[in-house]
Design a protein around this ligand. Structure first.
Ligand SMILES: [Zn+2]
Length: 200
């Protein structure tokens, strides 16, 4: 590939693309950042982590996050019921923000990436895949499950003085989702994915 060039994503140094040894990686000579690597099973590993993230995401939304027991009165709260309560309490902007950042954006990101990786692995040549990948990458800053988790943990600690709090299945599922999705994003090689979507 003598005429192909790649810009380092850290320092912008333009370099010639070379064919790598199996399992090898190309390093920027100026800043030491990894430019690209040979990883033939990378999409399969990322897909496995994303499928596990999808299971954790479904569980996190199907079960209560916490159960609150005050003087014999027990209430369970799931994420969707929390959004519903915010809407009913006349806080529509907060309700929409919570819905978009903790439900819509993570769901779109996870399932869009699962679809793109499945299509790449199965060799489907679909015209809209590049647009979908761009959209999934653009959605990432709006996915704030970690912020929700932090907020829930702070609330649980503060409320534990006033009521008996029992963590629900969803709380553990959100914890698993954060770890699995972080692993999936660490394993996702966007350079390799673009190469597979648009081989040149
Ligand atoms: Zn560099």
């Amino acid at each position: 590939m003598p005429h192909r060039l790649i810009a380092c994503h850290e320092c912008d140094l333009l370099q010639r693309v070379v064919t790598l040894e199996p399992g090898g990686e190309a390093i920027c000579p100026r800043c030491g950042a990894e430019l690209y690597r040979d990883n033939p099973h990378g999409p399969q590993r990322t897909l496995a982590l994303l499928l596990a993230s999808a299971v954790a995401f479904v569980l996190a939304n199907a079960f209560p996050i916490v159960s609150i027991d005050t003087q014999g009165l027990q209430r369970s709260a799931s994420l969707f019921s929390a959004v519903h309560t915010l809407w009913d309490e006349e806080m529509p902007i907060v309700a929409v923000l919570v819905f978009v950042t903790t439900l819509l954006a993570p769901a779109f990101e996870i399932f869009a990436l699962i679809f793109i990786l499945s299509a790449v692995i199965l060799g489907w040549r679909l015209p809209g895949l590049a647009h979908l990948l761009r959209l999934a990458v653009a959605t990432r800053p709006w996915s704030m499950v970690e912020v929700l988790m932090l907020g829930v943990l702070v609330s649980v600690v503060k409320l534990s003085h006033l009521a008996h709090i029992t963590p629900g299945i969803a709380l553990w599922s959100f914890g698993a989702l954060i770890m699995l999705f972080a692993a999936a994003m660490a394993s996702l090689d966007t350079h390799d994915l673009w190469e597979r979507l648009n081989p040149s």
